[in-house]
Design a binder for this molecule. Structure first.
Ligand code: ZN
Length: 340
């Protein structure tokens, strides 16, 4: 029986040594120390022993049991530590891998131009006015001296929603609305925003584009005020040495009307590809608010006068940055957008 117990201990310790997982060690525990294990078997046979042998074998059995148990416990701790280390190793973050950086975005070039213009005009005491992009025929045309049969409507063919509702063809309806709301009081606004025309898209035309219009209404406003304002604006955007030139033109809502050119910022007036050899670049239209437009909005045109101008934001951006196709602004190609 003594040999049996000693043999049992040797075998158990060897199996414990070989076991490398917690599960395997648990199996060893059940095998040797469980109720159906060899230890129980041995102890059950103790009844057959003599009175002298019984305490000796009992003590030995106890020692064997304790040895197996403590070896098992120690090995379990060891295996636990190894398993934890392996788990940590497998889950380690490789901090040397480059992270995924979020590149910060920035304003679109067109928005940058608008921001720059807004800063300038707010500095001159203007406020910014906005209006709906879906407009009625009344505000888009009629209040601006473009009655239903007016031939100039052909230049601004639009997208109609109903016969009386359309996508606005210019930001001028914001002027009409502002004048009505002002109720005879002075006005100094700019209105930036998207406008729509039924154009064939090409390098210089888009069915959707942006305008910034300006409107000043007050007593004794003259053409000199318009010219002075435009000079400040042109020098701000295109440089201090730029000059402007006014040419007579026609718009239904202004009288007299002018087209405004700036001296070419590329060649300085000698003639180049940007100014098509003329030394001048056409940049905007404007004029004195037509007396009839003032009257329709409730002003007494014998007492007050005003000027208005309209600038194409895309054209401004194209000239300033040498962009050769208006469609680049709307295709959302990052190779283009990231340049500005
Ligand atoms: Zn030039």
């Amino acid at each position: 029986m003594k040999e049996q117990l000693e043999q049992l201990q040797v075998e158990a310790l060897e199996e414990i040594k070989q076991a490398s997982t917690q599960k395997a060690l648990n199996d060893v525990r059940i095998k040797y120390l469980g109720k159906k294990g060899p230890m129980t078997e041995v102890l059950r046979g103790m009844g057959k022993l003599s009175a002298e042998e019984r305490p000796i074998i009992g003590e030995l059995a106890n020692t064997v049991r304790t040895t197996i148990q403590s070896t098992l416990d120690a090995r379990i701790e060891e295996v636990k530590a190894i398993e934890l280390e392996e788990k940590l190793k497998a889950e380690t973050l490789d901090v040397t891998l480059p992270g995924r950086t979020l590149t910060p975005g920035h304003s679109h070039l067109l928005q940058q131009i608008i921001d720059e213009m807004e800063d300038l005009f707010v500095g001159l005491g203007y406020t910014i006015a906005e209006g709906p992009e879906v407009e009625t025929d009344l505000y888009n045309f009629e209040m601006l001296n473009l009655p239903k049969d007016h031939p100039a409507r052909d230049m601004q063919d639009s997208f109609y929603i109903t016969e009386e509702t359309l996508l606005r063809t210019h930001t001028s309806p914001v002027q009409a609305r502002t004048m009505l709301e002002a109720n005879g009081k002075p006005i100094r606004i700019i209105c930036p925003g998207k406008v729509y025309r039924r154009d064939e898209d090409d390098a210089t035309h888009s069915h959707q584009f942006m305008q910034i219009e300006g409107l000043v209404v007050d007593e004794s406003i003259s053409m000199a005020d318009l010219k002075g304002t435009l000079e400040v604006f042109v020098k701000q955007l295109f440089g201090e040495t730029r000059e402007i030139r006014l040419r007579p033109s026609f718009f239904p809502f202004t009288e007299p009307s002018v087209e405004v050119d700036i001296s070419c910022f590329k060649c300085g007036g000698k003639g180049c590809n940007v100014c098509k050899g003329t030394g001048w670049i056409e940049i905007l239209g404007g004029g004195m608010v037509h007396p009839h437009v003032l009257e329709m909005a409730g002003y007494d045109s014998s007492k007050v006068s005003g000027f208005a101008f309209g600038i194409g934001v895309e054209r401004m951006a194209m000239l300033k940055h040498g962009v050769d196709d208006i469609r680049h602004f709307y295709t959302n190609d990052l190779r283009f957008i990231e340049q500005f």
